[in-house]
Ligand binder design. Structure first.
Ligand code: HEM
Ligand SMILES: *[C@@H]1O[C@H](CO)[C@@H](O)[C@H](O)[C@H]1NC(C)=O
Ligand SMILES: *[C@@H]1O[C@H](CO)[C@@H](O)[C@H](O)[C@H]1NC(C)=O
Length: 326
């Protein structure tokens, strides 16, 4: 009897220490406090994808835009209020990032199962992983225990997030600023194997590339003509949507890299990976060996998900993902 009691308190103490483990994420963080968490998130992403195929891509991107600004802290999820400015209206986010309602819905399900226990940033991190898995991509274990930030940073969202018009060196510098190297740039750019981009994000390549009066020479000419039809040279086509990977738009695979090898990358920043011998050789490797890409993508996603996390007693567990607790 006494033995059993001791075992129970030992187990309890183990879980308590996992929960409080200062500054450390771990795989078992919610093991006792929210055992069904991963199933709830998986179901939420699955249901959202049944309604909207594109949402997997959008959730993956939302996680990226969270982690590059103030670290992975759920800052991208915060709404503007009279006294608070969020990141949703930053240039790279406004009328572009999506998936907020999906995270809100999953959070509501999680709150019903385990009230006031799981952070929004952990939900977003898990949702990004499920989005990749449910799109046919690799699976990787996600450590947990991130806490939600108390603030957002509009200015950092405008400066830290890469733009498709920037040279590769500038993009690499922005990754380096958060501890990611050029291998991470190449592997994580493979996220563009799913999802869509608006015409204005690559139109500069179609009609008058850098004042030449010609399309970008690094853009396959038959792709250029079909993109000119999809994105006519008038402002009102700016928000038309196109596949980032026109071979398998919603399938997570290595077709993105095969496209780059064939000068069929959509964004200038995608195709630029072929302009540097070091990144070009990684692109070629990923185009030939899908499992090498999967392995490196998983490794880089883990690094991405660990950027600037808030742990222990810092930050909070938000009740609603769009606002800090009152
Ligand atoms: C390397 C620098 C990057 C640049 C310059 C870049 C730029 C862009 C742009 C311009 C779009 C289209 C946005 C729109 O039209 O509204 C886009 C979409 C997307 N990006 Fe990136 N991105 C980069 C890296 C990443 C990374 C690291 C990830 C995730 C790990 C990612 C995931 C996505 C996804 C999945 C989409 C499609 C979203 C959807 O369909 O809703 N991107 N990106
Ligand atoms: C289904 O997807 C559409 C398009 O993204 C979205 O506007 C709508 O809110 C979604 N409905 C549900 C029930 O999730
Ligand atoms: C690239 O970075 C350099 C140095 O920081 C900067 O001067 C330049 O404006 C950047 N280019 C673009 C297109 O953002």
């Amino acid at each position: 009897m006494n033995h059993q009691k001791n075992m129970i308190s030992l187990i309890f103490l183990v879980f308590l220490s996992l929960h409080l483990a200062n500054g450390q994420l771990n795989y078992y963080y919610y093991y006792a406090s929210c055992p069904n968490l991963q199933m709830i998130v998986k179901y939420g992403v699955w249901a959202a994808m049944k309604n909207d195929t594109r949402i997997a891509a959008s959730l993956l991107r939302l996680h990226f835009h969270d982690c590059f600004v103030n670290g992975c802290d759920g800052s991208v999820l915060l709404d503007d209020t009279k006294t608070f400015t969020g990141e949703k209206n930053a240039g790279p986010n406004r009328n572009s990032v999506r998936g907020f309602e999906v995270i809100d819905n999953i959070k509501a399900d999680v709150e019903r199962a385990c009230p006031f226990t799981v952070s929004c940033v952990d939900i977003l991190t898990l949702a990004a992983r499920e989005a990749v898995v449910l799109s046919g991509g690799p699976n990787w274990p996600v450590t947990l225990g991130r806490r939600d930030g108390l603030t957002a940073n509009l200015k950092a969202a405008n400066t830290n997030l890469p733009a498709p018009f920037e040279p590769l060196a500038n993009i690499t510098a922005k990754f380096a600023a958060v501890g990611l190297d050029s291998r991470d740039v190449v592997a994580l750019s493979g996220a563009h194997t799913i999802g869509l981009a608006q015409c204005f994000t690559f139109k500069n390549r179609l009609f008058d590339f850098r004042g030449t009066g010609q399309p970008d020479p690094n853009l396959d000419s038959s792709l250029a003509s079909s993109l000119k039809t999809a994105c006519p040279n008038v402002d009102k086509s700016n928000t038309n949507l196109n596949s980032l990977d026109m071979v398998t738009t919603y399938g997570f695979d290595n077709a993105y890299y095969k496209n780059l090898v064939n000068n069929a990358g959509l964004l200038e920043s995608d195709q630029a990976l072929m302009s540097d011998p070091k990144t070009a050789s990684m692109v070629k490797d990923y185009s030939t060996y899908p499992y090498l890409f999967y392995r490196d993508f998983s490794t880089s996603m883990t690094k991405l998900g660990n950027i600037g996390v808030i742990t222990g007693l810092n930050g909070e567990i938000r009740k609603k993902c769009g606002e800090i607790n009152h």
